[in-house]
Ligand binder design. Sequence first.
Ligand code: IFM
Length: 446
Amino acid sequence: MNTGFSFPSDFIWGTATASFQVEGAAREDGRKPSIWDTFCREPGRVAYGHTGDVATDQYHRFQEDVDLMHELGAHSYRFSVAWPRVIPEGSGAINPKGLDYYHRLVDALLEKGIEPAVTLYHWDLPQPLQDAGGWPHRETALHFENYARTVFDGLSDRVGRWITINEPWCVTLLSHLLGRHAPGMQDKSAAYRAIHHVNLAHGIALRVFREGGYSGEIGTTLNLTTPRPATTREEDALAADRAADRDSRMFLDPLLGKGYPERHLAAHPDVELPVENGDMELIAGKIDFLGINYYNEQVVKFDPEAAEQFTSVPSFYPETAMEWPIVPEGLYRQLHWVAAQTNGLPLYVTENGCACDDVMTRDGSRVHDPDRIDYLRKHFRVLARAIEDGVPLKGYYLWSLIDNFEWSFGYTRRFGIIFCDYADQRRVPKDSYYYYREVIAGNEPV
Ligand code: IFM
């Protein structure tokens, strides 16, 4: 069905991946272990003990993936640089061979007219920095400075869009409080120290970028939680608002110069944020855009017993293979929630997509994934509505280009629009790849 809507002619359609999830080549050309290499080897952390050792082998097969992106008509590819490839010990010596890989990838993309959009940090912290204390430790944020400068120096002549940190919520709370991601800690104090240091690392990279006079735009990517109230009752609306304090405002407010949310900190007097003079100014440095990663929406209701008086309730929507409810309207609400606070700041959806239980046809030539197409179509329609409303949305990066290592789920969840046959690394475009190709070609939500 044609909706009669066209996206702006300069709207960016892209796909996204991250280093640890696709590269493989874990011990090649001087790369050293990251916290995820370690975590994968700890019993019970990752499904079936899967590792990132080979992943989708993009390190060796990037040309094939670039060709597939070209055939897709993608305008941009969002990928991340692996810190342990470029500065294997986290600090100290640069590994030119590691950086060379990204030179080759960037050149291959540009050759096909695809803009690189580079994330500096998508979770693969060099293990030596973890051994020295990791994100709860201020030094880690300080080491990010040299790493960021090295990558900017190496690639900024050809990269026009930079993202400092992917999903600080996952880097901090999921990894240091809930223990589900590397380094697998469950320590509240460490988690909040990590929050401040990850925010600080963003601010430091921003300063390096501005002071270095590099060209291009720079921003960051948040996975916000903007819960929907279970009912129209005022107490549920307040509960939903409070539920955004920790998971959204602890990351968004400092970027916007509002500091950390007092209401949340007042409810957690045991928490101390290791803020030093000048930190908040750095964190609030001007960004050129904000990236939003959206997958689902939570529903909450008032709960007088809970510390912050809210509790999550089921949402009763169909779910993806991640058991995440499919709520496109939640993306619409979230874009408006952000736009209302960011005063015309350009926004990108830097990730959106879904995991499905995909299988190849018997002859191995196709993968039919109607559920993913349905998911995407519904999300494209809300993007269109948000733009019509005036939300300054500039682009969309589909997660993911290709099936990959889905963190603690290993290879058991498939997010790609290209199927990866892990037995032989064969790439098979799924039906959703061909659907996305039509959307890009027509620049409309078909
Ligand atoms: O695979 C992840 C990605 O690394 C970060 N955002 C969410 C995706 C799906 O879980």
